[in-house]
Write a protein that binds this ligand. Structure first.
Ligand SMILES: *[C@@H]1O[C@H](CO)[C@@H](O)[C@H](O)[C@H]1NC(C)=O
Ligand SMILES: *[C@@H]1O[C@H](CO)[C@@H](O)[C@H](O)[C@H]1NC(C)=O
Length: 336
């Protein structure tokens, strides 16, 4: 058995050596017919390489990830109410903003606790690329925004149709109109009670904030744990994930079906955030199954089927690399 293993090892080594040598020294290419390709040994098979980036500052639970107008970041919202900005390896993470004006430093390090009501819990982060303002859905504070300088967020909305937001989740922005599309996961449960939410709670809502009228409109109601939101490339529809039913709904914004919703995809796991890439495809995080990329027809194009990714809540594609947030872990993952 041992001899066999050594033999195998030697054979692999020898093969690697020959293939490498072949690619470096053409005269090694015995039997090479001009015009045909010699298969090259791939030290790193085609695919993505994953790297871990620790959050630092005692932070955990980077639910979503955003990059600003200059391409700086990422920015993440963490479980103790802070919004952190990554400033590169020499500076590391810095505190960019807070969402609750009453937040004190005693909140630092808080994780998954009802006390987040006093500290803030920024779940969704997105920059309006036209104004460079950062919009945030904070599950305990409401919809808020920040300018480039950061600091303390400005409140925008805390209710719709007289029903107070209890569990704001995430958002997407149409930078042309300034419309902010966002979700309230449930008006019965707070964020820290999310484990109690089952299919019978259909109090989730898809909402739209119009900065011109400063009004919030309810687009869809009766959703089961409304979660991720993503606007399509042509802005003709919006996708909203429902965590407890493992579904993604498609809500039409324009055309004959405007104002109606239909099933977009039935998933194998519980979906969390959904983000569109510049191509128009969508990254859907789901658990315990792995994140997937789907096109506008709902066809699965890629699955991030690796053990490196656990508890993913957000996949954001930026300059062809992926940034993966987790509401549970104390790190984010990025690919190169
Ligand atoms: C689902 O949640 C409701 C309350 O929203 C509760 O009454 C019911 O017992 C729960 N069902 C299960 C199967 O846990
Ligand atoms: C999605 O991918 C499938 C399979 O490649 C393809 O048939 C379909 O046309 C694609 N849809 C869009 C909108 O690109």
């Amino acid at each position: 058995m041992q001899k066999l293993a050594i033999l195998c090892f030697l054979l692999i080594f020898l093969n690697n050596f020959i293939v490498q040598a072949q690619s470096q020294f053409p005269y090694f290419r015995r039997g090479h017919i001009p015009g045909t390709q010699i298969p090259r040994f791939e030290r790193h098979p085609q695919g993505r390489q994953y790297h871990r980036l620790q959050l630092g500052l005692g932070a955990t639970g980077a639910e979503s990830i955003a990059f600003d107008c200059e391409g700086d970041g990422p920015y993440v919202g963490v479980s103790d109410g802070r919004i952190l900005k990554w400033q590169g390896h020499s500076v590391g993470w810095t505190v960019f903003a807070i969402t609750n004006p009453k937040r004190s430093n005693t909140c630092n390090g808080l994780n998954d606790s009802p006390a987040e009501q006093n500290c803030g819990r920024p779940l969704g982060l997105k920059f309006n690329t036209a104004t460079c303002e950062l919009y945030i859905t904070d599950s305990s504070v409401g919809l808020v925004k920040l300018d480039r300088k950061g600091g303390v967020a400005t409140p925008i909305a805390t209710s719709a149709e007289g029903v107070t937001f209890r569990f704001l989740n995430t958002l997407d922005i149409d930078s042309e109109t300034g419309h902010v599309y966002f979700t309230d996961s449930s008006f019965r449960y707070h964020r820290w009670e999310f484990r109690s939410i089952n299919r019978s709670d259909r109090s989730g809502r898809l909402l739209r904030y119009d900065p011109k009228t400063k009004r919030v409109t309810v687009l869809l109601r009766g959703l089961s744990f409304a979660n991720g939101v993503a606007l399509s490339k042509n802005k003709d529809f919006i996708l909203v994930t429902e965590t407890t039913t493992y579904q993604v709904q498609k809500y039409w914004l324009t055309g004959l079906k405007a104002g109606t919703a239909e099933l977009f995809i039935q998933l194998s796991g519980r979906p969390d955030n959904i983000n569109r890439n510049t191509n128009g495809d969508f990254w859907i995080s789901q658990n315990p199954t792995k994140p997937i990329k789907v096109n506008e027809s709902g066809t699965i194009l890629e699955s991030l089927d690796t053990d490196i990714i656990v508890d993913a809540s957000d996949v954001t594609e930026f300059h062809n690399n992926l940034w993966i947030g987790s509401v549970i872990q104390n790190y984010i993952i990025y690919t190169s």
